[in-house]
Design a protein around this ligand. Structure first.
Ligand SMILES: Nc1ncnc2c1ncn2[C@@H]1O[C@H](COP(=O)(O)OP(=O)(O)OP(=O)(O)O)[C@@H](O)[C@H]1O
Ligand SMILES: Nc1nc2c(c(=O)[nH]1)N=C(CO)CN2
Length: 169
């Protein structure tokens, strides 16, 4: 892939998830891979959380979020996330089913994008405690541009009972 670096540095928020294989190592390695990508700098990251699965019956997930400084367009950033998913052998058998690595682009600066291939903010961001809990840890004042509400405010509207801090053994 050709990389076109912008001179402007923007911020993006991403979600990471895994519930197949060695999830902790996969998630840590995915963050390292992102940080080693031209045009991406991992600015901050949340703790990992063990979360009850939403969707079909499947193992618990490890979830977390990161804030990236980026010099890539939203489309190139999404392509990069999809490439890293593939690199970590993403296996996905069904919609919302188990996977080795899931990377979602949640927010990009204050942009709203609604195309078939890319929606920002991520359409299910505001309903997912497994995303809002880690995101609120690192970006509580970031305003979700469709609702015009801060992440810490959106967190108040979801049930966080299935989201627990994870400490690696
Ligand atoms: N903001 C976004 N972040 C990640 N993928 C997106 C986004 N907007 C659109 N997509 C598209 O959605 C496609 C399918 O995503 P994916 O397979 O991760 O869905 P899912 O994980 O099963 O469900 P969910 O989207 O609810 O997390 C991706 O290939 C990508 O092209
Ligand atoms: N707890 C949890 N549940 C999920 C997750 C996830 O990351 N965490 N991802 C899904 C598909 O995107 C479906 N269900």
């Amino acid at each position: 892939m050709n990389i076109y670096l912008s001179t402007e540095v923007k911020q993006a928020a991403i979600a990471l998830g895994s519930n197949l294989g060695d999830s902790y190592n996969t998630l840590e390695s995915a963050l390292t891979a992102l940080n080693h990508t031209l045009g991406i700098n991992v600015l901050s990251r949340s703790h990992w959380y063990k979360t009850s699965p939403i969707g079909p019956t499947q193992p618990d997930y490890l979830n977390g979020c990161a804030i990236l400084e980026i010099q890539l367009s939203p489309q190139l950033l999404l392509e990069t996330l999809l490439e890293i998913e593939q690199k970590f052998g993403r296996i996905r058998l069904e919609r919302w089913g188990p996977r080795t690595l899931d990377l979602d682009l949640l927010l990009y600066d204050n942009l709203i994008i609604e195309t078939p291939a890319l929606q920002i903010p991520h359409p299910r961001l505001t309903e997912r405690a497994f995303v809002l809990v880690p995101l609120a840890e690192i970006a509580p004042t970031w305003i979700e541009p469709i609702r015009g509400k801060a992440i810490a405010e959106l967190l108040k509207d979801v049930d966080c009972s299935g989201v627990n801090l994870y400490s690696p053994a």
